[in-house]
Design a protein around this ligand. Structure first.
Ligand code: ZN
Length: 456
């Protein structure tokens, strides 16, 4: 029995995750359906025709809600995919806000480009619309952690907690009389105060493991100490701390830490604004899914109440006009879009302020450029000087670092027949491959984008 696995995204990059399984009997399963983000040559892949007919795919298995894993779904559905999208109920709820927002952002960017005439394409079109996203959501079917779900005759799916973000799963697919294939999805960090530990896996014939931080260790410093130092220092200069944050996951973790810092008076009593309707919704969804994180209901509600919620656009703009020191958490986390761009235009040119990134910045994003020390970034067609302090809370990462991934791999009772290192920029993936071969003695490789392999 032969199963074919094609790497349609999420190799050589952390974005665009898409793994296609061709199973005996002509069945097709797509694991993750993400958008390419970051470098322009990657983003252009979103516009290329899908490598197989979307109508020929029987089901999509979704490991978690982040757009680099889910954001291509509206297009897949618009182009003919009719099957179920299987994910945990927390992932379903988060996609309910993330996907329509992604459609809105793309409509708005296209409209903005047309209005200001800086697109090379006339007229600029959105990749998909909010209405496409809403249509895709109708195909979601929840499968809870630990439940064995029969996708088709002879094919079973099980989700196990991956940590990472609310609802994030490791997906285990078992082909009857064939291989057991495990997709790590994005692995979280063990011992997180807010998220679940990645579940140990004992056995897989084939394993796909992420390698976002395959060549790095996280900053060992305590996140609350660093946050307290930066906020205190910036406030003393009379500046504002602007935190670009992923609305889903990172914003909630930040609120949790800021709440603890305020309670213990380790930061000055500045106003904190959560300026992202999506982050506000994600905070509420977090409180509704106690099965998917570690916080008590009380901790959940207290963390949410540390910030003033800003839903309204006018209120968001007003934040830029007031001179008093404050903390603004706004999306997107890599400054690729969203309200944070307007705040950056105002706060980045002033030395008193701090732009505090809150995790991994993919190559090609404004976030990566600023963390690397760029003295200006292009926003809406104009160069904005960066004179503010720029820092990154890399220890707040929702991803396991190289050591933590190796520890998770050591939990396997027997080596997989082959381990594919995915979801990493080339240097990171190759560094992890090297460690897996050297330290564990496993058969391991980094696949090529677009490659198909046969799993015996
Ligand atoms: Zn993710």
């Amino acid at each position: 029995m032969t199963v074919k696995l094609s790497f349609l995204g999420g190799v050589g990059t952390v974005t665009g995750s898409k793994f296609l399984l061709d199973l005996p009997g002509g069945r097709r399963i797509l694991v993750d359906c993400g958008l390419f983000q970051g470098f322009k040559q990657l983003r252009l892949r979103n516009w290329a025709p899908f490598p197989v007919e979307p109508a020929s795919i029987d089901a999509v298995v979704l490991t978690h809600a982040h757009l680099d894993h889910s954001g291509y779904l509206p297009l897949l559905v618009r182009n003919g995919f009719k099957g179920p999208v299987l994910c945990t109920s927390a992932t379903q709820d988060l996609c309910g806000i993330l996907l329509p927002d992604s459609g809105h952002l793309q409509e708005r960017d296209a409209e903005y480009a047309n209005r200001h005439g800086f697109s090379k394409h006339k007229p600029a079109l959105p990749l998909y619309t909010a209405a496409d996203a809403v249509a895709a959501l109708a195909q979601f079917r929840p499968v809870e952690f630990g439940q064995e779900h029969r996708i088709a005759p002879g094919l079973t799916l099980r989700f196990l907690p991956a940590g990472h973000i609310l609802g994030a799963a490791i997906a285990e697919l078992v082909v009857q009389g064939g291989p057991r294939i495990v997709f790590s999805g994005d692995l979280g960090r063990p011992g997180s105060p807010t998220m679940l530990d990645p579940a140990p896996i004992r056995h897989a014939d084939y394993l796909l493991v992420e390698s976002t931080y395959g060549d790095r260790r996280h900053d060992p410093r305590d996140v609350e100490e660093v946050l307290a130092e930066i906020i205190t220092r910036t406030a003393a200069r009379g500046g504002t701390v602007l935190i670009p944050a992923f609305a889903v996951g990172r914003a909630q973790t930040l609120l949790f830490h800021l709440h603890r810092l305020k309670m213990t008076r380790r930061i000055p009593d500045l106003p904190i604004f959560l300026d992202s309707p999506m982050a506000v919704d994600a905070s509420e969804i977090t409180c509704r899914h106690p099965e998917a994180h570690r916080l008590t209901q009380q901790e959940c509600h207290q963390s949410c109440s540390v910030a003033r919620y800003v839903r309204d656009v006018e209120e968001s703009k007003a934040l830029d006009a007031t001179p008093f020191p404050k903390v603004i958490i706004s999306a997107s986390g890599m400054a690729t879009g969203g309200r944070v761009l307007h705040h950056l235009k105002v706060f980045a040119p002033d030395r008193r302020n701090t732009i505090l990134f809150s995790g991994f910045q993919a190559g090609g994003t404004r976030g990566a450029a600023m963390v690397a020390g760029a003295d200006s970034v292009k926003i809406h067609g104009h160069y904005v000087p960066v004179r503010a302090e720029v820092a990154n809370l890399s220890m707040l990462s929702a991803h396991a670092d190289a050591e933590e991934v190796m520890t998770w791999l050591r939990g396997f009772a027997v080596p997989p027949r082959m381990t594919f290192v995915t979801h990493g920029e080339p240097a990171a993936s190759d560094a992890l491959r090297h460690r897996i071969e050297e330290e564990l003695g496993w058969a391991c490789r980094v696949p090529e984008h677009g490659e198909t392999v046969e799993l015996a």
